[in-house]
Design a protein around this ligand. Structure first.
Ligand code: SF4
Length: 160
């Protein structure tokens, strides 16, 4: 009964594609001051901030991410540390175990999606692991050891 009511209501308002523009325009007119209070400098930071913002305030998230984002800059950085370390780093936002799990899962998927376009198919399985281990051992987010890195001549971020 409820389902047919919803279907009927959807038919009445018309297709989504035709509705989205006026919906957005009206909402902008209705809430001209609407803005996101989360602080971020990139898509990854926005993604992580939103994931951390569940069940807490934006102010609290911003407090945590101010240091978090200095340490974790790329998807592989979130995967390179032990789970417990990331849990500690997001602890103050609450539900830290679930949030850590979600962030790591998302970063893993991002890494797999992004890289699939670049990496030859036969290396898809191993490449994310190579990046993670390289991040753990050599390309450490806070202090990459470029002088010991085998990629230094291929890497645009090399400090050597
Ligand atoms: S050369 Fe590039 S990949 Fe290697 S440690 Fe430095 S920044 Fe990381």
């Amino acid at each position: 009964m409820a389902r047919s009511f919803v279907a009927e209501a959807r038919r009445r308002v018309g297709p989504k594609k035709a509705r989205i523009r006026p919906i957005v325009e009206r909402l902008i007119a209705e809430h001209p001051d609407a803005g996101i209070a989360l602080k971020f400098r990139s898509d990854i930071e926005l993604l992580v901030s939103v994931m951390l913002s569940a069940q807490t305030t934006d102010v609290n998230v911003n407090r945590v991410t101010a240091t978090l984002f200095e340490k974790y800059k790329r998807p592989e950085d979130y995967l390179a540390v032990p789970v417990e370390e990331l849990e500690r780093d997001v602890y103050a936002t609450g539900f830290f175990r679930q949030k850590t799990k979600s962030i790591r899962g998302t970063m893993q998927r991002l890494l797999e999606r992004d890289l699939q376009r670049l990496v030859p198919r036969e290396h898809w399985g191993v490449f994310p692991h190579l990046l993670i281990w390289h991040g753990r051992r050599v390309c450490i987010a806070r202090a990459p050891r470029c002088e010991e890195c085998v990629l230094t001549d291929l890497c645009p971020s090399s400090r050597v």
